[in-house]
Unconditional design. Structure first.
Length: 291
């Protein structure tokens, strides 16, 4: 890994400590055309990322947020202060850096999560046993991924993954986990895609993990012989489709998140399982788009 390309410092408690005054000029994690990906450098940029999350999750997807978040038009929770915030910025937009942010991802390292009450995804999935099964491995949680509508294209998705991949290498991560969502609170509306994941991509063995028993919703909603694989993959949200192509596995059982108006599945992506096709494309040191 070329660590010179990833000169990001974080505070001991995990909060992003990089600011505009101290950020190194070569702190980019990726660049394609006018789009760049990096960690936030200031509280103002984190605020801008929370604003984008509000626009996507609340205004577009009709999620419910706390009164303070609704008043400020920000999607905010207690994990924000612990996480690093990955952003995609469009340098062609005039204005301050926070006005150029068009997409975001939230990243939480295992050591930070364990020091502050655990991972966000543990509220929906029984991940404690999964983590305990891999005492020598470092887990990184990915979450709150969203992109403004006009930037939902291949380049932006590539940069989000480039940034997450570079971050995992930077922190010597061994596996990525996180909730990913289908729209709506009726799993039956996604019977084809969920059944495909259940039959073809559920994590097993040492990587097995399930939805919390009290939240567990069946994913096996169609007979295996009735599943058209091409149509199933085509019907998935881009983020889930992308994880699948990278080589991700999925936890058993879905969870309905009424507050966010989504049906969630758990992504389990050991670094060792990432498809060679994508390692060759992005570079084993995440360097392809970093210069």
């Amino acid at each position: 890994m070329n660590t010179e390309l990833l000169d990001i410092t974080t505070s001991a408690d995990g909060a992003n400590a990089v600011n505009a005054a101290t950020a190194a000029p070569n702190d980019l994690l990726g660049r394609i055309g006018t789009l760049e990906t990096r960690l936030t450098r200031s509280h103002a940029e984190i605020d801008a990322a929370q604003s984008i999350r509000y626009k996507v999750f609340v205004e577009e997807m009709h999620a419910q947020v706390a009164p303070e978040g609704a008043r400020r038009k920000r999607d905010i929770d207690g994990w924000d202060a612990l996480c690093d915030h990955l952003v995609v910025v469009d340098r062609s937009i005039e204005g301050d850096p926070e006005e150029q942010i068009v997409g975001t991802y939230r990243l939480l390292r295992q050591e930070v999560a364990e020091a502050h009450g655990g991972f966000y995804s543990a509220s929906e999935f029984s991940i404690d046993r999964l983590i305990a099964s891999h005492p020598g491995k470092r887990f990184i949680e990915l979450g709150r991924s969203c992109v403004l509508p006009e930037y939902r294209n291949k380049r932006t998705m590539e940069l989000l993954w480039q940034g997450a991949w570079a971050y995992a290498l930077r922190h010597r991560g061994d596996a990525m986990i996180g909730c990913a969502s289908f729209p709506g609170v009726f799993p039956e509306e996604h019977a084809l895609a969920l059944s495909f994941l259940h039959n073809n991509a559920v994590a097993d063995g040492e990587w097995a993990v399930e939805a919390r028993p009290e939240l567990y919703r069946q994913m096996d909603l169609m007979p295996a012989e009735a599943i058209n694989a091409r149509k199933a993959v085509s019907s998935m949200p881009p983020l889930i489709k992308g994880y699948l192509r990278l080589g991700a596995m999925f936890g058993a059982g879905a969870v309905v998140d009424h507050a966010f108006n989504t049906t969630d599945v758990l992504i389990v992506l050991p670094i060792s399982r990432i498809s060679d096709r994508y390692l060759n494309y992005y570079g084993s040191d995440a360097g392809r788009f970093a210069s």
